[in-house]
Design a protein around this ligand. Structure first.
Ligand SMILES: Nc1ncnc2c1ncn2[C@@H]1O[C@H](COP(=O)(O)OP(=O)(O)OP(=O)(O)O)[C@@H](O)[C@H]1O
Length: 253
């Protein structure tokens, strides 16, 4: 398995945020992490990115405990786009994306052709080529989000972890981001609020509620009227889309 979480528990003070969470992300697949506000999605992503240490259980990358892997070695393979990521506001777009190459460079190596290619490809894929020389502070929320995605792509990750990456994006860019992630030869774990997008693009889904996994499986197995009512407190009907063959949710008024 690319990323595996085994019986993770995590607390803040005396409050249990995650409780006995286990899942496995297969190489090259997209795992969607769903759940209501405050259910623990961001906390779980931070644990699997190695930014926090669980109080119980462990995270492994290709079978190796992430706690035994150095920060630089983690950064060479895991890219994490956080929900409220920010950066130095005077940087230009291209400089932010170049930061993604940092884990791959040593003190002695100069900027290489491979670094340039990585940055150009990341700008291209995220649709930010034309804004490459713009200042960070002049960008819209959605453009900033895309620059962070570009920076993550420039990192050439094996695992891509995204916390609500479509949040600030218009619908065109939401779909193109999900298509982009689906086209990458990487393992992705993505927290999402749009359940239809999750059903359309993810290979498997994990549903968190109050820090526990309450359902996991393929979108077809997971997205049911009962789950939408019990976990998300919405009345909805689920059909198989005749367009893409995945479950499609009709929310009721
Ligand atoms: N620094 C903190 N101190 C106390 N409680 C916290 C802290 N950070 C997070 N929590 C709590 O942990 C729980 C899980 O939060 P988390 O951000 O992981 O949820 P989430 O599913 O990502 O939510 P959202 O969908 O709103 O982004 C919430 O109840 C939150 O209040």
């Amino acid at each position: 398995m690319s990323i595996e979480a085994e019986n993770l528990s995590w607390k803040i003070g005396r409050k249990t945020i995650l409780d006995g969470v286990s899942f496995a992300a297969e190489p090259g697949k997209i795992v969607g992490l769903l759940g209501p506000n405050g259910s623990g999605k961001t906390s779980l992503l931070r644990l699997i990115a190695g930014l926090k240490t669980p109080h119980a259980g462990k995270v492994t990358l290709d079978g190796r405990d992430i706690g035994t892997i150095g920060r630089r070695a983690i950064a060479q393979r895991v890219a994490f786009v956080e929900q409220h990521a920010t950066t130095n506001s005077s940087l230009r777009v291209i400089d932010v994306v170049k930061l993604g190459r940092f884990p791959h460079r040593s003190m002695f190596s100069g900027w290489s052709l491979a670094d340039d290619e990585g940055v150009s490809e990341a700008l291209e894929r995220s649709g930010m080529v034309e804004k490459r020389n713009d200042r960070w502070q002049s960008l819209s929320g959605g453009e900033r989000q895309r620059v962070h995605i570009a920076r993550a792509l420039a990192q050439s990750p094996k695992e891509l972890i995204l916390d609500e990456p479509t949040n600030h994006l218009d619908v065109q860019h939401q779909i193109s981001l999900m298509r982009l992630v689906a086209s990458l030869p990487v393992t992705s774990v993505i927290a999402l609020h749009d359940l239809n997008h999750a059903a359309m693009f993810c290979d498997s889904l994990i549903i968190l509620q109050q820090g526990r996994i309450v359902a996991s499986g393929t979108p077809e197995e997971i997205i049911t009227q009962e789950l939408l009512r019990d976990v998300f407190s919405v009345d909805a009907r689920v059909e198989t889309s005749s367009h893409h063959g995945r479950p499609h949710i009709h929310y009721l008024r």
